[in-house]
Design a protein around this ligand. Sequence first.
Ligand code: HAS
Ligand code: CU
Length: 547
Amino acid sequence: MISQVVDRSDAKLSMAHLYVAFGAVLLGGIAGLLQTLVRSGTIVLPAGIGYYQLLTAHGILLALVFTTYFIIGFFYAGLSRTLGKFYDQPYRMAWLGFVIMTFGTVLTTVMILLNEGTVLYTFYAPLKASPLFYIGLTFFIIGTWLAGGAMCHQYYICKKVSKKKLSPLFAFMAVSTMVLWFVATIGVAASVLFQFIPWSLGWVDGINILLSRTLFWYFGHPLVYFWLLPAYVCWYVIIPEIIGGKIFSDALARLSFVLFLLFSIPVGFHHQLLESGISPFWKFLQVVLTFMVIVPSLMTAFSLFATFEISGRRKGASSLFGWFKKLPWKDARFFAPMVGMLIFIPAGAGGIINASNQMNQIVHNTLWVTGHFHLTVASSVALTFFGIAYWLIPHLTGRVLTGRMHQLANLQTILWAVGMFFMSGAMHTVGLLGAPRRTAYTTYQDNPDALGWIPYEVTMALGGSILFIAIILLIVILTDLAFFAPKGKEDFPIGTVADQAEKTPVILENWRLWLTVVTILILVAYTVPVVHMIEHAPPGSPGYKFW
Ligand code: HAS
Ligand code: CU
C-alpha cells in the first residue's frame, strides 16, 4: 500500500538536492544582476572579475545546477510518493550519485571562479578551459546517470512487485525524462571525454570544432526538454489535484512524453542553422523534426485547457470563459505554475520563429535568443519549479505553507513576471535591432545603431534588478518553509484521471519499442552529416584563451 507521504529517509535525499538547487539560484542570481548592470554600462566590475566569467557562472549555476538538482530532488520525492519508499540498492545508488554530482559541480564552479573556465555554458571550442573544468563536468554527468539509474531501478523493482502493466503516471513521466537524459547525455559525454579532455590536457594538438558543437547540440536541445518535462509533470499530474479537477487523459499525457522522447533528440541542428559545414538538406530535415516536437506541447496546452474548463464548469461556470474565474488564483501552488503556463504561450511562439529556417538568420546570435530562453526555462520552467517547492519543501520537512506565505509567494511570482516582462521584452526587441548576445558593454566606437541599443539594455538592467529582488524573496520564503514555518502536514498533491478518459493502451509503456524508434530517428538524422564532418574535417584547431 502506497502512503500519501514521502518516506522520511527519501525526504532527506530529496531535500539534499533542493538545498544545492536553491543555493545555486542565489549565486547564479547575483551573477545575473551584475551582468545586466555591466551590460548597460551602469557599473564596472571590481577585483578583476570578468563579464564572461560571470556569464559562465550564471549559465552553469542556473541552467545546469539549479535545474538538474531540482529535477532529481523532485523526482525522488514523487517516486517515493507514488511507488513507495526507495529500496536499499537504488537508495544507496542515489546518494552516491549525489556525492559524485556535487563533487563535479564544486570542481567546475571553482574553476570558473578561478577564471580558468570562462567558456560559457556551451563551452564552444576553440575556447579552451582548464582540464579540471571538463573533468568536473564529467563527474557531474556520471552523478546524474547514477541518479537516473536509481530511479529506473526503483521503478523496475516496483513494477515487478506490483505486476501491473502500467506504472503510476508520475513514475512513468519521471522515468521517461531520465531516459531522455540518458540518451541525450551520450553526445556531450562523448565530446567531453574524447575531444575536450585529451585536447585540454595537451594529449592531442587540435579539436574538430564542428563535431564538438554538433555533439553538444545533440545534447543541448533535449536538455531544454529535460528542463521542461518536469514542469509538464506538475502541469499534468499535480495542478489538476490542486484546482480540484481531474487529469484529462492519462493516455494523452503518456503519449506526449513518448513523443518528446522520440522527437526531441534528432533536432540539434536548429541551433546550428548558420554553421557552415552541414549541408542544407540535413539542416532542413532536422527543422522538419523540430516542427514535430511542437506537437506534444500543443497536446499539453489542449489537455490543460480541457482540465481547467471541465473543473470550472463543474464548479458552476456557464459562460464561454467563466471557468477562468473559478481557478484558485490565490493559491501559490497554482498561481506560480499558471503564470509559467501563460508565459509559455509567447515563449513557445518565439521558439517556432527561431526554428523557422530563414527567420533564424535574423535572430541567431542576437539578444532575441537570450530573451527566448529567459521566457522558457527562466520563467515557464523556473516559476513552475518555485510553485512545486512551495508545497514540496514543507511536505518534506513536516511543516505547512501558511496563508501569509501563500501571499508572499504570490508576490514573488508577480515580481518575477514583471521583471521578466521588462528584461525579456527588451531582449527580444533589441535582438531584432541587431544587438548581439554574449557581449559585454560596448558602443562600437559610438556607432549610432549600437548607441540605439543602450536604452533597451538599461531596461534589461531594470528588469534584472526586479528579478534579483524576487530571488531574495524566494530564498526568504523557502528558508522559512524549510526551517521556521509551523509544524504540520502539507499535502503532496497527485491528481486522479477523469472518469470519461479512455483506457491507456499498454503499448505506451513499451520501452523497447520507443528506444528502438528513437535510435532509428537519431541514426537517420545524424549518421551522414557526422560522417561528413569527420571525413572532411579541416586540421584540428588549437585552443584559445581570450579572457
Ligand atoms: Fe528554444 C534556442 C526552438 C522550446 C530553451 N531554446 C534556445 C536556447 C535555450 C532554449 C536555452 O529552432 C538557447 C541555446 C543557446 O544558448 O544557444 N525552442 C524552440 C522550439 C521550441 C523551444 C521550436 N526552448 C524551448 C524550451 C526551452 C528552450 C521549452 C527551455 C525550457 N530554441 C529554438 C531554436 C533555438 C532555440 C531554433 C536556436 C536559436 C539560435 O539561433 O540560436 C518549442 O518546443 C516550443 C513549443 C511550445 C509551444 C507552446 C505551447 C503552450 C503551452 C502552454 C499552455 C498554457 C495554458 C494556460 C494551458 C508551442 C503548453 C493558458 C491559460 C489561460 C487561462 C489562457
Ligand atoms: Cu533547441
